[in-house]
Design a protein around this ligand. Structure first.
Ligand code: NAD
Length: 485
């Protein structure tokens, strides 16, 4: 076992949980055992909430300009420790080192945004009546929780950590039990950056801890990122306990390719979007709709896909179960009459026989009713459908219950605008395969890709992590008596 068994992180210390139940953490790259992660109990969560509650008194009263100093230092520590963080990310998640470095770079960008929060949460003041001022202030909520998925062991935790904490909250993080190592290193770096003990805590676990978070009376808000199935459970349970909740779910993102799209650029974008992070991105291209004759572009997509080699420039999928599930989807599509143009099944990487790799897969002549057309596959697979018109393509996109991202590839501005206006997704790309908005713009989908109001990052997150205090003030008696008196 490469690392010591993991512990929770409570009040600035790594502490053994009460439970003896653990899960093994295995590297998808080669099947090696990395560590064991504890499945904590409600009592462990109580300890973390109590530590966070005590820390909140002082942290919430610390001026925001002082609070963000921690994040200036944290940003430099992320840069300094980039190589080590990327290696941990890669070995626990299975993505390539290049993708892991990009993930840490994104953590840095998220942290930079948090350091700018003092400029954004200045509140408002106005003389609303003679001698009477109204003023608004963004006030932290208290103890908040962040529950995260396996596909970005560092980035998704950092969607919430810098903003929620810089805005004055204290946090309980529940890492994915599949990739629990990175969060521990994040905790150490936050401490080194000067974050007071108790402001950031980690409680490892699975369903039991997620349910306990949703039920805990000491937790004010819950942010969740993961599958739609669990997002619905968490949203329903947390809000039924009168908590604020923002729950991001799964996705099925459509790329609509017009015959006038630039073939080389389009093919590169489609191939990179469907295969990046082994297709395990909620922003991955999963379905492509070719409008009219785009055969030349599909040929080029296949050429690009063949350049993507498992174990070299393509990482592993998270587990054997995932690999089997993805391959089952491909086989089922083939049996239903789709054509497998590039086949990523039964891949073995020499020297890493226990790694869980799926090669890039291009499936053509998919029909809208097939499961590869409608369900989230979460592997390096693109399902190509064909239509004669833009409206038919939009009808397919609009029929999806999800609504994270959609993209159009075209040289025609009118067509692009037509699709931006009509696609039913929160994030739209024009000639961009992974249309992730970068800070200060916020990240968040629509429909069953997100439950709750607002987005999880950028300016929009300020509303989620704070509550607004409104004060109405009159000091000078000569202002007189009016209806506000
Ligand atoms: P998941 O839903 O299985 O797990 C997410 C978290 O929920 C984990 O911490 C896990 O421990 C917990 N969990 C799992 N089952 C639970 C249950 N029954 N009750 C309570 N808690 C439970 O998701 P995953 O497999 O880790 O991640 C992949 C999914 O996340 C994909 O669907 C992907 O699209 C989605 N995702 C979405 C976004 C987004 O921004 N919308 C971003 C990243 C990932």
């Amino acid at each position: 076992m490469k690392y010591d068994p993991l512990k929770n992180y409570i009040n600035g210390e790594f502490v053994a949980p009460r439970s003896i139940r653990t899960l093994k953490v295995v590297s998808p790259l080669d099947g090696n055992l990395l560590t064991e992660v504890p499945m904590s109990t409600k009592e462990d969560l109580n300890d973390a909430v109590e530590a966070a509650r005590i820390a909140f008194h002082k942290w919430s009263k610390t001026p925001i300009k002082e609070r963000v100093q921690v994040f200036f230092r944290y940003k430099f520590l992320l840069e300094k420790n980039m190589k080590e963080l990327a290696e941990i990310c890669s070995e626990e998640n299975g993505k390539t080192i290049g993708e892991s470095v990009a993930e840490i770079e994104k953590c840095i960008e998220l942290t930079e945004f948090a350091t700018s929060l003092p400029q954004l949460v200045t509140g408002e003041v106005l003389e609303v009546s003679k001698g009477v001022e109204c003023r608004t202030e963004h006030v932290p909520l208290g103890v908040v929780a962040s529950i995260v998925p396996f596909n970005f062991p560092s980035m998704v935790p950092n969607w919430t950590i810098p903003n929620a904490i810089a805005l004055g909250n204290c946090m309980i993080m529940k890492p994915s039990e599949k990739v629990p190592i990175s969060c521990g290193r994040i905790a150490e770096l936050l401490k080194e950056a000067g974050l007071p003990d108790g402001v950031f805590n980690i409680v490892h676990g699975d369903v039991e801890i997620v349910e306990a978070i949703c039920d805990h009376p000491g937790i004010e808000a819950v942010s969740f990122v993961g599958s739609t199935k669990v997002a619905k459970i968490v949203y329903q349970r947390a809000t039924s306990n009168y908590k604020r909740c923002l729950a991001l779910g799964g996705a099925k993102n459509h790329l609509m390719v017009m015959p006038d799209a630039i073939p080389g650029m389009t093919a590169q974008n489609v191939a990179a979007s469907m295969s990046g992070c082994a297709g395990q991105r909620c922003m991955a291209a999963s379905a492509m709709i070719g409008v009219g004759n785009v055969d030349n572009i599909i040929d080029k997509i296949c050429d690009e896909a063949r350049k993507i080699i498992p174990g070299e420039n393509l990482g592993a999928v998270i587990s054997k179960e995932s690999k089997d599930r993805i391959e089952k989807y491909i086989t089922e599509a083939e049996q239903q009459g789709a054509k497998i143009l590039v086949d990523g099944r039964n891949v073995k990487v020499t020297g890493k026989e226990e790694g869980t790799y799926v090669g890039p897969t291009v499936i053509d002549f998919v029909t809208p009713g097939m499961s590869v057309a409608t369900e989230e596959i979460f592997g390096p697979v693109i399902s190509i459908m064909r239509t004669n018109t833009v409206d038919e393509a939009l009808a397919i996109e609009n029929a999806s219950p999800y609504g994270n991202a959609a993209s159009v590839f075209t040289q025609n501005g009118g067509v692009a605008r037509y699709i931006i206006d009509r696609a039913s997704a929160g994030m739209i790309g024009v000639n961009v395969g992974v249309p992730v908005p970068r800070e200060p713009f916020s990240f968040g989908g629509w429909n069953e890709s997100k439950f709750g109001v607002g987005d999880i990052t950028g300016k929009s997150s300020i509303e989620f992590w704070t509550k607004l205090k409104k004060s109405t003030v009159k000091w000078n008696p000569e202002a007189g008596v009016n209806w506000m008196s």
